[in-house]
Design a protein. Structure first.
Ligand code: NDP
Length: 332
């Protein structure tokens, strides 16, 4: 059956402006890093994407290397677009990135003009798109002049292949330089994508302040610490979970120390009538400069549960203070 989106999709979501740009994102966005590759169930992917859009999640985040196999998340997403979502293309914010290893030789990764330009062309082809809404430099390249990497992002905009540009996981100082270079090229740095959660607070060491200072919006990835900030691991490591796969999350991260802090946070969540995941999302969204929390989900049920965070009231200063001892940097 042809997909038709829910009429009330913009009534059940909340949105935020990204910095001082015209770009607006849902408070919670969906990433396709895991669960959307060639090894993953295609109908489950479709169900998650459709339910997300029905619930007002109009931003989908990809990268050239998402899979596995690398590139297959973009191929699958292209098929999901053709199968029904593409009629909403003008409502969708679709992003991709280039920076990590994609093909052999010196121009298959990092930040050269040649790699970024070729990679974006490949991503557009895989997804069957004329343009993406956001194109990111996925990681800072210490060997290529930043002027060249930012020049490649600006070229993508000038060529009509991207509407906005962003950077991911850049340091505060490199972020400030990137912004200055892009300003000089007449293409604003619109968005930064750092990792940020109650268990990874490194963005608090200058990055969020720099983004506030320069009014560049943030979309924060892994706000649930890949599942550690949910009830997924309260009774051990279930088969099929990300930690069980031992690739990006490891069983030894589900430690005694982790559990103590996660269970304490869960009690605070319960006192608000929330799940730990919902609390974790409200916590990253307490910063005005954070435009969106970028989650992953392996099922419709996870997605639905997490999106309820949007309806919850903001955290009070007393609640924030009670969270502080258990929001331990380094656990995620
Ligand atoms: P999260 O921290 O939201 O982790 C998502 C995982 O947590 C899910 O796949 C699921 O794992 C588990 N989970 C989510 N909700 C629940 C729930 N309610 N109950 C139980 N378990 C739950 O984010 P991700 O790490 O997936 O990252 C999100 C996105 O951020 C990526 O898809 C990508 O777009 C982006 N990203 C960007 C990076 C960059 O370098 N710029 C790097 C990494 C991510 P399970 O499989 O166990 O069910």
């Amino acid at each position: 059956m042809t997909y038709v989106a829910a009429d009330n999709r913009y009534e059940v979501t909340k949105t935020r402006r990204v910095g001082n740009s015209g770009l607006i994102l849902p408070e919670v966005s969906l990433g396709l890093w895991h669960n959307f590759g060639s090894v993953d169930d295609f109908s489950n992917q479709k169900a998650i994407l459709h339910r997300a859009f029905d619930l007002g999640v109009f931003h989908f985040d990809l990268a050239n290397n998402y899979g596995p196999i690398a590139g297959s998340a973009e191929v699958n997403f292209g098929q999901h677009l053709r199968d029904g979502l593409s009629k909403y293309r003008d409502e969708l914010i679709i992003s991709t990135k280039a920076g990590y290893d994609m093909w052999p030789g010196p121009f298959g990764e990092w930040g050269s003009r040649k790699y970024l330009t070729a990679s974006l062309d490949q991503s557009l082809k895989r997804m069957g798109l004329d343009y993406v809404d956001i194109f990111y430099s996925h990681r800072f390249d210490p060997s290529t002049p930043l002027e060249e990497t930012m020049g490649a992002l600006a070229k993508a905009v000038h060529d009509g292949k991207a509407l906005y540009v962003g950077i991911s996981s850049y340091s505060p100082a490199d972020t400030a330089r990137a912004k200055e270079i892009l300003d000089g090229l007449g293409v604003p740095l619109t968005i930064h994508q750092p990792r940020y959660s109650m268990f990874d607070r490194n963005a608090e060491n200058g990055l969020l302040t720099e983004l506030e200072r320069s009014n560049v919006g943030a979309i924060v990835f892994s706000p649930l610490a890949q599942g550690l900030l949910t009830d997924r691991y309260f009774k051990g490591v279930p088969s099929g979970s990300r930690a069980a796969k031992e690739v990006f999350l490891h069983k030894n991260q589900v430690s005694e120390n982790y559990l103590e802090n996660a269970l304490a946070l869960n009690e605070i969540a319960k006192s608000r009538g929330q799940s730990l995941a919902q609390l974790a999302l409200r916590w990253v969204l307490r910063h005005k400069i954070v435009s969106s929390a970028l989650i992953g989900a392996s099922s419709v049920a996870q997605l639905e549960a997490n999106l309820q965070a949007v309806q919850a009231p903001a955290l009070t200063s007393a609640e924030l203070a009670s969270i502080e001892p258990f929001a331990v940097n380094g656990l995620g």
